[in-house]
Write a protein that binds this ligand. Structure first.
Ligand code: RB5
Length: 140
């Protein structure tokens, strides 16, 4: 199960990504926001990350205007490894090497086609483990 959440700036892209996930048979839970009315991105980042920490979801996709605000909020939470990705190379390697469990996307940065491709790579790439786990342990 994938958690998905956004603020108002990311709402439209969240709806498009939800459709993309549905088309690919990927189950998700939407933690809001549910409209384009102005809201505070840390609230929604926290809700989706809590779903990971509580074991309800294995990964999350967070969307705000730049992807940066939600990533900062998410990375304050112990056990969350959030990465802002604007291309597929970073999405691949943050899974392989960082075991990132949260993908952060900037809705004002990317079009929905590229955002969907980035999500696909993020969700389908496994963690490599080995020496990379040692490095994660050093900051966890
Ligand atoms: C909202 O205007 C914007 O500040 C927010 O979506 C995000 O980009 C913050 O980092």
């Amino acid at each position: 199960m994938i958690a998905i959440a956004s603020d108002h700036a990311g709402f439209a892209l969240k709806e498009k990504l939800k459709k993309h996930l549905e088309e690919n048979g990927i189950e998700y839970k939407d933690y809001g926001t549910y409209s384009e009315e102005s809201c505070d991105y840390p609230v929604y980042a926290k809700k989706a990350c809590a779903a990971i920490i509580e074991g309800e979801c294995e990964k999350a996709i967070l969307i705000c205007g730049t992807g940066i605000g939600v990533s900062m909020a998410a990375n304050k939470i112990k056990g969350i490894r959030a990465a802002v990705c604007s291309e597929t190379y970073s999405a691949k390697y943050t899974r392989l090497h960082n075991n990132a469990n949260v993908l952060c996307i900037g809705a004002r940065v990317l079009g929905d086609g590229l955002a969907s491709q980035i999500a696909d790579v993020f969700l389908s790439t496994p963690f490599e483990g080995g020496k990379h786990q040692r490095r994660i342990d050093m900051f966890e």
